[in-house]
Design a protein around this ligand. Structure first.
Ligand code: PGA
Length: 251
């Protein structure tokens, strides 16, 4: 079902004491807002304490990555069932930092996406082009390849239990946000691409925008007809910013 969502991606930030303060302020700031619209994706070691703090609140939680394998000799990896042990709702797959820094290609991302769904987790599938690719005018081709790698393996129907995040790589952590019109254009492309495979799935697809979303630009992004919310990096680490972004979604 198409949802409105704001999800924080803490990346490799935080410590027990700071997390507690951050989450307490977020929970207080979001009190009274609807359930199932807000979440934070945190580093693995903090999942137990985050679960403890957020259970019985309107903020959900998840992880930023997961192994494609169920279990076995994969030193340093974390499985979907481990994420389920800590009540995760979401897991980010295919973030551009994983793709660029850890060699996760479209095939691996599709495997992770399927592993997440088999375990009942909602994958947040990240797609997006680099600056070079945008300049070469191959944005749509790149995104089509990223989407089709998943659709070919998992089937278009799987997208009814997933979230897509369009994150132009050039906008991540750079302070250079896509304009609402630029983002809307790609969101329409994603929806129509999926629509070619299954029209009803496309209409119901939740597509978030990510890349330098801040308190002062969230409203205009979220006002675009095909932008269903945001995946928030830097601004999810300051409670007042994150709460303002969440409020921009609800207004
Ligand atoms: P940013 O990160 O908001 O800091 O640009 C977004 C992301 O990487 O998900």
């Amino acid at each position: 079902m198409r949802k409105r969502l704001v999800i924080g991606n803490w990346k490799m930030h935080g410590c027990l004491v700071e997390n507690e303060k951050l989450l307490d302020s977020i929970v207080a700031g979001l009190d009274g807002l609807p359930a199932n619209q807000f979440a934070v994706c945190v580093p693995y070691p903090y999942l137990p304490s985050v679960q403890n703090t957020l259970k019985n609140t309107n903020v959900s939680w998840g992880a930023q990555n997961v192994s494609q394998y169920e279990k076995g000799a994969y030193t340093g990896e974390v499985s979907v069932s481990m994420l389920n042990d800590f009540g995760c709702t979401y897991v980010i797959v295919g973030h551009s930092e994983r793709r660029a820094l850890y060699g996760e290609d479209n095939d691996i991302v599709a495997e992770k996406y399927m592993a997440a769904q088999r375990a009942g987790l909602i994958p947040i599938l990240c797609v997006g082009e680099t600056l070079e690719q945008r300049d070469e005018e191959i944005t749509e081709q790149i995104i089509q390849e990223q989407l089709m790698a998943v659709i070919n393996k998992a089937g278009v129907g799987s997208l009814s239990k997933a979230v897509i995040a369009y994150e132009p790589v050039w906008a991540i952590g750079t302070g250079k946000t896509a304009t609402p019109e630029q983002a809307q254009e790609v969101h329409v492309f994603i929806r129509s691409s999926v629509g070619m495979q299954g029209n009803n799935i496309a209409k119901e697809l939740t597509i978030l925008y990510g890349g330098s979303v801040k308190a002062n630009n969230a409203s205009e992004l979220f006002a675009m007809p095909d932008i269903d919310g945001g995946l928030i990096g830097g601004a999810s680490l300051a409670a007042s910013d994150f709460v303002a972004i969440c409020n921009a979604l609800s207004n």
